[in-house]
Design a protein around this ligand. Structure first.
Ligand code: ADP
Length: 328
């Protein structure tokens, strides 16, 4: 059976981008067709300035939202990265096949490092090596497919390179995984700045729809989305990024296609209104389930405990093989 692995960082409140780009597909498709693991990658949250209590709280909240989005612990494995030591054990071995040049070329590293420096902070070494830990997350499970949004495709490419290199040098150890992208909304953009992706660690939340935003907050954010001064509704990602983003979001929420949705809207106002309502409807059941789960935190803790146990049992043999292969 195909093995699927994907992760999500507890670095902020989850966004519509996380949901449409990744989580929804995990819940609706991947968990049913593959043997799948979904991980709250809490170690990755330590790569930038962080507050320990907040990371701990967001890790539980992220796991709760994964379950609220429909991940079913009866059919897939949901766990916290830090509960399974195999990730860091394997990461070190992969650091011994990765190069520093490779790490410095990662777009996300360049962007996040620049942001840290702008804030006057220093860049943690773990920010540079983060893609290696991500490679370990994936390779420890013999993963075939990694369903992610477009922003993570470069890191999965690196994972493939490291797996191939390790196998060539030390004998076949790892399955070489591939990325799977969603058909639409692979990159949901910030509503106030459609040249940037909608990210959960954005400082000002006005352009970001969070999964737990109340319906009226969602409406306000979508209605205030930046478009352009034109009038005609056309789908053109390069020239009309704001409009295209709304059409992508509407298409992803309704199962339509962005070009035909452009044809049926004759004003920006009606497009925004329909998009806002579509987002509210998509979030409604998720928010209701989230409220139920919050009433029973011991259930979520139990899911994470069982998930870690299952994950550990799957990862250990691969990581032990890698230790032997590399000479330990
Ligand atoms: P973030 O960038 O919000 O910190 P993560 O790095 O934790 O997100 O990624 C979790 C998943 O959500 C990944 O598969 C990533 O590709 C996806 N994702 C994050 N933001 C977006 C977005 N704006 N559009 C589409 N997918 C996204």
């Amino acid at each position: 059976m195909t093995r699927v692995f994907s992760g999500i960082q507890p670095t902020g409140h989850l966004t519509l981008g996380n949901y449409l780009g990744a989580m929804r597909r995990w819940a609706e498709v991947d968990q049913h067709r593959a043997d799948s693991l979904f991980c709250v990658v809490d170690l990755h949250a330590l790569t930038v300035d962080h507050d320990p209590a907040r990371v701990r709280r967001l890790s539980r909240q992220t796991a709760t939202l994964l379950l609220a989005a429909g991940l079913d612990p009866e059919v897939c494995t949901v766990f916290l990265q830090s509960h399974v030591d195999e990730h860091t054990r394997l990461s070190y071995l992969l650091e011994c096949v990765a190069t520093d040049g490779e790490m410095r070329r990662m777009i996300q590293y360049k962007e996040k490092a620049a942001k840290e420096r702008e804030r006057g902070g220093s860049v943690r070494l773990s920010l540079l090596t983060y893609p290696v830990l991500m490679a370990a997350d994936i390779l420890a499970y013999g993963t075939d497919e990694v369903p992610v949004g477009e922003d993570q495709a470069q890191h999965v490419e690196l994972t493939r390179d490291l797996a191939v290199r390790f196998n060539q040098r030390y004998g076949h150890t790892f399955t070489v995984p591939r990325t799977t992208l969603p058909p639409v909304a692979a990159r949901v953009m910030n509503l106030q700045d459609p040249t940037r992706k909608m990210g959960k660690s954005d400082d000002s939340g006005v352009g970001v729809v969070y999964l737990l935003d109340e319906p009226d907050v969602v409406r306000k954010k979508v209605l205030r989305a930046v478009t352009d001064s034109g009038r005609e509704v056309v789908y053109d990602r390069a020239e009309r990024p704001g409009l295209a983003n709304l059409l992508d979001i509407l298409a992803a929420c309704t199962g339509g296609n962005p070009e035909s949705l452009a044809d049926v809207h004759d004003s920006y106002g009606s497009l925004k209104k329909d998009t806002a309502e579509a987002v509210v409807e998509v979030l409604r059941p998720l928010q209701a389930r989230h409220r139920e789960l919050c009433a029973d935190p011991s259930y979520v803790e139990g899911v994470l405990r069982d998930g870690a146990e299952k994950a550990r049992a799957l990862a250990r043999p691969t990581v032990d093989t890698a230790y032997r292969a590399i000479g330990l």
